[in-house]
Design a protein around this ligand. Structure first.
Ligand code: ZN
Length: 147
């Protein structure tokens, strides 16, 4: 699989998998994934051949894409709302499937995540980054154990 689902150059993890102090209101104190800071617009690639099985706004994850293959599900959170693929698409490893999203997004019904100025955010986020979640048989695992 391709490291972290990002193009080379973005490998710093700002928040690892596991217990943590919630960095922003509404963020979980148990972190079911890894955070990798990257500028808005950074290309996100499929870490494996698979099917796009979810693509929508999802609470704390903000705009989220899920790539499924075998019994794995890989979630890319806080992505750009201008989607590059659709649910049901089959993608190839290395294909660009999304872009790192902006911190702020507007007009999402039911999004109660906000920054310090009260502007709505792309889920629970303090800045542009990829949150990558990794499930095997629907159980969250530390992605770093597999990449
Ligand atoms: Zn995260």
């Amino acid at each position: 699989m391709v490291l972290y689902g990002l193009f080379p150059g973005y490998t710093r993890i700002s928040s690892p998998f596991g217990k943590r102090h919630a960095p922003t209101g509404g963020a979980s104190s148990y972190h079911y994934g890894c955070d990798i800071p990257a500028p808005q617009g950074t290309k996100l690639i499929a870490i494996h051949d698979g099917e796009i099985t979810f693509l929508n706004f999802l609470g704390a994850g903000g705009y989220t894409l899920t790539l499924s293959f075998d019994n794995y599900k890989v979630s890319y959170c806080h992505i750009d709302p201008h989607f590059l693929v659709s649910v049901g698409d089959f993608v190839k490893q290395g294909q660009i499937i999304a872009l790192v999203g902006p911190r702020n997004v507007y007009g999402v019904p039911g999004n109660f995540y906000k920054d310090e100025k009260g502007n709505p955010t792309n889920g629970a986020t303090t800045g542009s980054h990829l949150h990558i979640g990794f499930r095997i048989n629907n159980e969250y695992q530390n992605p770093m154990n597999f990449f």
